[in-house]
Design a protein around this ligand. Sequence first.
Ligand SMILES: [Cu+2]
Length: 118
Amino acid sequence: MRKNPLLAIVPVLLLLLTSAADAHAMLERAEPRVGNKVASPPGQVTLWFTQKLEPAFSNITVTNAAGERVDTGKTRVSGNQMSIAIRAGGAGTYRVNWQVLSVDTHRTDGSFTFQVGQ
Ligand SMILES: [Cu+2]
C-alpha cells in the first residue's frame, strides 16, 4: 500500500502555521518608557512593536491623570513603529492605550502608564 507523499508534509505545514501565529505584534519598547517618570509632558509618545503594523487599523490614545484625552487623535504609523503627538495635560499618571493590526492580520492591544512631574 502506497502512502500519499502529501500527507508527509502536513505536520510540517502545521508547525509553520503555528509558529507564525505566535508572532503577533507585541510592544517592544516605548518612549517615554513604560512606567518611567519624566519631568514635563512629552510632545509625543512613540511605540515600537515586534512586527510591522497595518496603518489603517493601528492607533494610540493617551489620557492624563484626570482621565482626559491629551492626544491629537492622529496616530502615525511607519513600519513597526507608531507615534502620536500629545498636548500638555499637567502632572500625574498618563495612560497610553494601543491597538494594532499586524501584517500577519492578528490584532493585539494593551496599555501602560508613565509619570509626569516631580
Ligand atoms: Cu500573529
